[in-house]
Design a protein around this ligand. Structure first.
Ligand SMILES: *Cc1c(COP(=O)(O)O)cnc(C)c1O
Length: 314
């Protein structure tokens, strides 16, 4: 198997991110709940996309790109962090965002305004239209362009979370369960592949914040990332567990998600977001109530960021 360090990476974040025990919430839920602070990845307001961007932007630079495109919903944390990272690396970024959800100058759009990011909205639900528009703009500018998919979720981006799992395996605590949000798939797929390789005793649970069928998405991202790594492992549906937490739909706050945001804020002084981490932590609370965790278990929640959305989506 290849070493993760064999893949070119730009240094953007501050790693390893800390792992902390949530003493009050552990008492309330009757198990040992820990948090992996990937909301502290060191760029923008932090978040999971930085680990993916370290690989993706190294690839962009390796290909001689001068212009980076990405896309997502109007309040995409990924798009905002791509713009912030590109700015730091001296690359031009253009964000083509779906004109869906909160498009006011609030949350991530406000942060993009502060950075002077070139943000364009497209009134479409079809990402194919958006990628075609990127090609059109690239031709118009004459710059060598690099397209990062929605959420940075391709095989290379997925390596970001394989590498997070490797990092966790060296932080000194043996985890029985790892819980994270699943939005475009790369984070959970990387974590599940990384757990299989570096922490086989940990079961990975993906909390689906979008009503997409994530089984095929996860399987193909895990298999493609495993192929990049020449890991020689068989990937099956048994390598992860998926649970629906989207409520009424992507980026629509849910009562369970909002309750989780409040619990984490009031008991631990940590801020989750209503789109991803609040709903995902709501899923962890539901599992605890169903008796999925033993009192002696160590349960790790991935805090994947999302602070920008907290100030826009209510
Ligand atoms: C993008 C995002 C996720 C989901 O990660 P994916 O790799 O897209 O599944 C989770 N939390 C936050 C805060 C995000 O911005």
């Amino acid at each position: 198997m290849k070493d993760l360090r064999d893949f070119p990476k730009v240094s953007l974040g501050i790693f390893p991110t800390p792992i902390q025990r949530l003493d009050n919430i552990s008492r309330i839920l009757g198990t040992n709940v820990w948090v992996k602070r990937d909301d502290m990845t060191g760029i923008g307001l932090g978040g999971n996309k930085i680990r993916k961007l370290e690989f993706l932007l190294a690839d962009a630079i390796g290909q001689g790109a001068e212009l980076v495109f990405t896309t997502g919903g109007a309040q995409s944390n990924h798009a905002m962090l791509t713009a912030a990272s590109a700015a730091k690396l001296g690359l031009k970024a253009i964000l083509i965002l779906k004109k869906r959800g909160v498009t006011d100058v609030a949350g991530n759009i406000f942060l993009e305004k502060l950075m002077g990011t070139d943000v364009r909205f497209m009134d479409t639900d079809d990402y194919a239209d958006i990628y075609a528009e990127m090609d059109r703009i690239a031709e118009e500018t004459g710059l060598k362009a690099y397209k990062i998919p929605m959420g940075g979720s391709n095989a290379l981006g997925t390596l970001g979370y394989v590498s997070c799992a490797e990092e966790i395996s060296k932080q000194g605590i043996r985890f029985d369960h790892i819980v994270c949000a699943e939005g475009s798939g790369g984070t959970m797929a990387g974590m599940a592949l990384g757990a299989k390789l570096f922490m086989p005793e940990a079961k990975v649970h993906g909390m689906m914040v979008d009503a997409t069928d994530f089984v095929p998405v996860t399987l193909s991202l895990m298999r493609e990332a495993a192929a990049l790594l020449e890991a020689g492992v068989d990937i099956t549906e048994k390598d992860f567990d998926l649970r629906p937490v989207w409520g009424e739909g992507y980026a629509i706050p849910s009562p369970e998600g909002n309750a989780a945001v409040s619990l984490m804020a009031s008991k631990e002084g940590l801020f989750l977001d209503p789109v991803y981490t609040g709903k995902a932590f709501g899923g962890l609370i539901a599992m605890a109530k169903e008796g999925a965790f033993r009192p002696e278990d160590n349960v790790l929640f991935l805090h994947s960021g999302g602070a920008g959305g907290l100030f826009a989506v209510h």
